[in-house]
Design a protein around this ligand. Structure first.
Ligand SMILES: [Zn+2]
Length: 186
């Protein structure tokens, strides 16, 4: 299946809470195949269904240590522990921008795989961060909501300028914005 176009900041679909998947069928598997192709095309770690315009609660991911891509259907975070860490986090829907963001290090996520099996995953570090990020997409939220006021101000200025010029950033143009709102060149 051909890859999808990734919806970017400003697209209303990214603001809508997605609804539970009620049936894991051929159509859903076809959607997943397209989402995986899209993820590989964009060189991302994960893609949530709303990012390709589908308001269903599922996402695909492929972490560096995984041999194959994985799918999580109707995921829920059941436990978050107190330890937090910072990382320069990006989002395919906010291309070219990375933000130093603090998040919980450990979460437990439940959901189903594409065979309908119940999953219970104790995740840490990058996997835990990705799960939090993707589940937020399913709730209609973006990583921009985690920014400090100074970070947000810089991000909004860049995003506004981009809308005026309508220029999509190239990968080489990516920048990181630290919690003080300063731009740190990669
Ligand atoms: Zn994202």
């Amino acid at each position: 299946m051909a890859a999808f176009t990734i919806r970017t900041y400003g697209d209303p679909v990214l603001r809508h809470p997605a609804t539970d998947v009620t049936e894991i069928d051929g159509a859903l598997r076809q959607l997943v195949d397209g989402m995986i192709d899209t993820m590989y095309d964009a060189a991302g770690l994960a893609v949530a269904a709303p990012q390709v315009g589908v308001e269903k609660r599922l996402f695909v991911y492929h972490l560096p240590d995984d041999e194959t891509p994985r799918t999580l259907v109707n995921p829920t975070i059941t436990l978050v522990d107190g330890d937090e860490w910072t990382y320069d986090e990006g989002c395919l829907s906010v291309p070219g921008l990375y933000f130093t963001i603090q998040r919980p290090r450990n979460v437990v996520v439940t959901g189903r795989d594409l065979d309908g099996n119940e999953l219970h995953i104790e995740a840490t570090d990058l996997q835990a961060r990705m799960f939090q990020h993707e589940i937020e997409h399913l709730d209609g939220h973006l990583l921009l909501e985690h920014l400090t006021p100074a970070q947000r101000k810089t991000a909004m200025r860049i995003l506004r300028d981009r809308q005026v010029t309508d220029v999509r950033p190239r990968k080489s143009d990516s920048v990181t914005i630290d919690p003080d709102g300063e731009i740190v060149d990669d």
